[in-house]
Design a protein around this ligand. Structure first.
Ligand SMILES: Cc1cc2nc3c(=O)[nH]c(=O)nc-3n(C[C@H](O)[C@H](O)[C@H](O)COP(=O)(O)OP(=O)(O)OC[C@H]3O[C@@H](n4cnc5c(N)ncnc54)[C@H](O)[C@@H]3O)c2cc1C
Length: 393
């Protein structure tokens, strides 16, 4: 029987393995738990999502909902209409909806500077909104790829998936990581097993882990592009292609989570020059999305207490950029990377097309639906696509 290895136990790797569970397949996960950038932890009597929270950031997310149903999980949801308030020069302001004029430029920052005065608080607030959503600051984002995000951020929304700031937050009851656990229960998973080296031996691949060296017929790489630097590929991926994959960055935003004494449905989010806020799905926790800047406590919490009744528990945080097996939040397209990310070959991005019908690529960064790249749905979509269309039985 064909032996298959999956490298990475996030949503992408697990969904591929789950679909192929009748096969001889093993998931190797570097860390001591599955879920990758989806981590749900108990906090202040609630479930906090340190990473992926809103499953509808992938639009209607048909692949997530299919798995949720199949694995007897439930979804909770909370509709919200959000108005962005920003703090500038000691006062609170609201971002007005702007009639968007067309702007040109390599980066989102180039385009935004033609539409808003860069010295204003309004400009800063829109920058943080875009940074919080796409993961990276507007100067690092391709103007062409993120023109929709720019347009929607200025006209009262956030992206083509959320064109208005009225949307429904949806999460899995008990935590999104439960989906990873449920899939992992049905497949063979080895934790604490970072891939160190892969080498071709005849028609097979020898994979080296700290405690094991094993031969496989097919391998699915489902780890983030940021960790490719740490693996010795021994020529299994041609150098030009490997360099391009290694040039992909993940964003630098991360969450600090605080409890709220009073629940309810907010009608605003807060932005300043460091962060933008969103509530958790059931409304009792506040996610403060820091955009590459360190928190300033207690100043930031004092500022937020103008609008929120914040509980006394120690703020909870996890920065995936410091995790050696993730190194960032989610992928984004830099100016100049447009072709690399959009060129297709069959059902795949050309950059991630299979090699010799035996090496495959999955992960949110490989998803061919550009509107949802960077999301949990993108990760699952990529995993299922490998399993359904690309692996020859
Ligand atoms: C702060 C934050 C907020 C987010 N919010 C949302 C949201 O609200 N909605 C949404 O849809 N998405 C959100 N996301 C994005 C979403 O969580 C990710 O896009 C998705 O989970 C990525 O899944 P993946 O399987 O592609 O990668 P990962 O989850 O990163 O999985 C890859 C796995 O590979 C493992 N690995 C790495 N190196 C090796 C190795 N050498 N050997 C073996 N294993 C290895 C890693 O440990 C990891 O478990 C958020 C992410 C972050 C960080």
């Amino acid at each position: 029987m064909t032996k298959i290895a999956v490298i990475g136990g996030g949503f992408a790797g697990l969904s591929a393995a789950y679909m192929l569970k009748e096969r001889d397949i093993t998931v190797y996960e570097a860390r001591d738990c599955v879920g990758g950038r989806v981590q749900s932890v108990p906090y202040a009597g609630h479930t906090a999502e340190l990473g992926g929270q809103n499953i509808s950031d992938g639009g209607s997310s048909p692949n997530i909902f299919r798995l949720v149903k199949e694995l007897n999980l439930e979804v909770e949801e909370r509709p919200a209409t959000i108005h962005i308030k920003y703090h500038h020069h000691d006062g609170w302001h609201t971002i007005p909806k702007l009639a968007v004029k067309e702007a040109k430029g390599a980066s989102v920052a180039d385009r935004l500077a033609q539409l808003l005065d860069p010295h204003t608080g309004e400009y800063e607030a829109v920058c943080r909104l875009i940074h919080g959503w796409e993961g990276a600051s507007p100067d690092k984002l391709s103007g062409e790829m993120y023109n929709d995000t720019l347009t929607h951020s200025l006209s009262g929304g956030i992206s083509s998936v959320h064109p208005e700031l009225s949307f429904t937050h949806q999460s899995i009851v008990g935590g999104n990581q439960r989906l990873a656990h449920k899939m992992a229960e049905r497949v063979n998973v080895r934790l604490n097993s970072p891939l160190k080296r892969i080498e071709k031996q005849g028609t097979q691949y020898a994979l080296t882990f700290p405690n094991e060296k094993t031969l496989f017929d097919k391998v699915i790489f489902a780890m983030p592009p940021t960790v490719y630097h740490d693996i010795d590929f021994c020529g299994t991926i041609e150098e030009g292609r490997l360099n391009e994959i290694q040039s992909i960055e993940l964003g630098d935003n991360f969450k600090v989570i605080v409890p709220l004494n009073s629940g309810g449905f907010e009608s605003f989010a807060i932005a300043n020059e460091r962060f933008v806020t969103f509530r958790s799905t059931e409304g009792s926790l506040l996610n403060i999305f820091y955009c590459g800047k360190a928190p300033k406590f207690p100043d930031d919490l004092i500022l937020l207490s103008d609008h929120y009744d914040i509980g006394g528990e120690k703020p909870l945080t996890y920065n995936f950029a410091d995790d050696p097996y993730i190194r960032g939040s989610y992928s984004f397209v830099k100016p100049g990377q447009e072709k690399m990310f959009t060129e297709l070959e069959g059902d795949c991005k050309k950059l991630f097309s299979p090699i010799d019908n035996s090496l495959f690529f999955a992960g949110e960064h490989t998803c061919t639906n550009f509107d949802i790249m960077g999301t949990m749905e993108a990760a699952i979509c990529s995993g299922l696509s490998i399993a359904q269309k690309q692996i020859v039985w």
